[in-house]
Design a protein around this ligand. Structure first.
Ligand code: KIV
Length: 300
């Protein structure tokens, strides 16, 4: 059966019908396949891969080439979902040409759109990418590539003045040609204030219900993020990390106890051949056992 690919027009249609878009991050082929089969509308290959997949301390340490590995895996999997590649730190800020080349590499790797962080100060880069024919999503509110300036993972847009600043940035992005804006970690009322004043699609991650769709980092909802960050806006739908660790412990215990592999995990052969090989094992001289290895520390 052929699967309909989500486009910008599909997303606009959802908004027109007052239906919420379902948006998750994914970085690898299996997760993107499961998300796609589950019918999610959009997949972000986020630079959060730095933390979720590579164990790095922030998103600032991932580069374009590493992102491209994740992007190729996800675009290979996504038959239905609209795939957005997240431009990493310094892949678009330096110049219009850098932005077009970086975004172009993501599109060549199969992305339907790219995302970049910031408002008025990146508007010129957004315009350059849009003029090159690339669909761009803006990202405002908590923008982790500016963590130093923001002073940490803090909720943004908490006062009317801050909400108005957010709106001015959103309007600059809209004028520059973005098809959508993602608001991260802002109060629900602020997100509603911004969305009601824009013509473009507005999605949220930790921005409350009054937006056109919800994004969540898949590791947060699936319970397989290894780290201490646990945002208030995350709802857990699975305990993948706990289950994976339990499975590895059970496997280790089975191997050490000699109960894995069992007969059902061994390849059967013709009984006559089996008898001949068994007899040969007994009659032919085996190699002497390996010399004893040095003592090792006890296992954990
Ligand atoms: O990299 C990412 O996953 C993101 C989301 C946190 C919005 O940018």
């Amino acid at each position: 059966m052929s699967v309909r690919k989500v486009t910008v027009a599909t997303l606009a249609g959802l908004k027109a019908r007052n239906e919420k878009a379902v948006f998750v991050t994914a970085y690898d082929y299996p997760t993107a396949t499961f998300a796609d089969r589950a019918g999610v509308d959009m997949i972000l290959v986020g630079d959060s891969a730095a933390m979720t997949m590579l164990g790095l301390p922030s998103t600032l340490q991932i580069g374009l080439d590493e992102m491209l590995v994740f992007i190729r895996a996800v675009t290979r999997a996504a038959q239905h979902a609209f795939v957005i590649g997240d431009l990493p730190f310094l892949s678009y800020q330096p110049s219009d040409e850098t932005a077009i080349r970086s975004a172009g590499a993501f599109v060549a790797a199969g992305c339907d759109a790219v995302k970049c962080e910031g408002g008025a100060r990146v508007a010129q880069r957004v315009r350059a990418m849009v003029d090159a024919g690339i669909a761009v999503m803006g990202h405002l509110g908590l923008t982790p590539q500016n963590l130093g300036q923001l002073g940490g993972y803090r909720v943004q847009g908490k006062s009317l003045a801050a909400a108005e600043r957010l709106l001015r940035d959103a309007e600059a992005l809209e004028r520059a040609g973005v098809f959508a804006i993602l608001l991260e970690a802002v109060p629900a009322e602020t997100a509603a204030f911004v969305r009601e004043r824009l013509g473009v699609l507005v999605y949220g991650i930790g921005a409350g219900p009054h937006v056109d769709g919800q994004l969540v980092i898949s590791h947060d909802m699936l319970g397989n993020f290894v780290g201490d960050i646990s945002p208030r806006f995350v709802k857990r739908y699975a305990e993948v990390g706990t289950n994976v660790e339990r499975a590895f412990r059970e496997y280790a215990s089975d191997v050490r106890a000699g109960v894995f592999p069992g007969p059902e995990h061994c390849y059967p052969i013709d009984p006559a051949d089996e008898s001949l090989i068994r007899a040969a094992r007994q009659t032919r001289k085996a190699r002497p056992a390996a010399r004893s290895v040095p003592a090792v520390e006890a296992r954990p």
